[in-house]
Ligand binder design. Structure first.
Ligand SMILES: [Ca+2]
Ligand SMILES: [Ca+2]
Ligand SMILES: [Ca+2]
Length: 219
């Protein structure tokens, strides 16, 4: 890690020993403290997550051993919960998605190993315009796309006498509510306008009814 001096000069401030040669890295913010964090994959497919403290120093918080050859890594919010996720592709044909928990730890959410695809690079981009980040893979002379079909999760928080609903700002999903879960066809589209915060829709409502149900639906 080099710190820029602002005059074109650099100073080495970090040398984390990751025990193997080669590798790839991606930069993101895993814990939302605005300090850059790192995901590093080395040539024996060990994946390291490092949290930055803002001075150029990093602390390894998690290691995953994929026991495969090296590959590539990319960072983005795959599941739309506002927390950075990490996608790793290896030369052993595997594609893995680690869903971020928001504190530097991750949960393996998707893991696939198929064919003989020696993935050498991975990038995240919304290639079909539905708002969800898709996975773009390079193996030799081939480019592959994995379309993100993750269903949006609806988050709830109670703040004093207010209920706060949070869901991904993906295209095609409508928020509906009802007070009677047992009767069919009582779902109504929520017309209150949510606000967009960090690529998520946020709607804060007073609790007018003793019980109210919400759902996201693709009409
Ligand atoms: Ca951070
Ligand atoms: Ca996420
Ligand atoms: Ca997409």
């Amino acid at each position: 890690m080099f710190l820029g001096g602002g005059d074109g000069s650099f100073l080495i401030v970090t040398n984390n020993l990751l025990t193997a040669m080669g590798g790839a890295l991606a930069v993101g913010d895993f814990n939302g403290d605005a300090n850059a964090d790192l995901a590093i994959v080395n040539d024996t497919a060990k994946l390291h997550f490092l949290l930055g403290n803002g001075t150029g120093a990093f602390v390894i918080v998690t290691n995953y051993d994929r026991r495969l050859l090296g590959g590539a890594v990319a960072i983005g919010d795959i599941n739309g919960d506002g927390k950075a996720d990490v996608v790793m592709a290896t030369e052993g044909s595997s594609v893995s998605v680690f869903a971020g928990n928001g504190d530097g730890t991750f949960s393996l959410a998707f893991d696939e190993e198929s064919g003989r695809n020696f993935y050498t690079d991975v990038e995240l981009a919304d290639v079909n315009g539905d708002g969800r980040l898709d996975i773009v893979l390079c193996s030799g002379g081939t480019v592959s796309v994995l379309l993100n079909e993750t269903l949006p999760a609806l988050g709830f928080n109670l703040i004093a006498e207010q209920i706060r609903l949070v869901w991904p700002a993906w295209n095609g999903f409508t928020l509906e509510s009802t007070t009677n879960f047992s009767t069919a066809n009582t779902w109504l589209v929520v017309t209150n306008q949510p606000v967009l915060i960090n690529y998520q829709w946020v709607l804060t409502n007073s609790i007018a009814d003793a019980q109210r149900y919400f759902r996201l639906r693709k009409p």
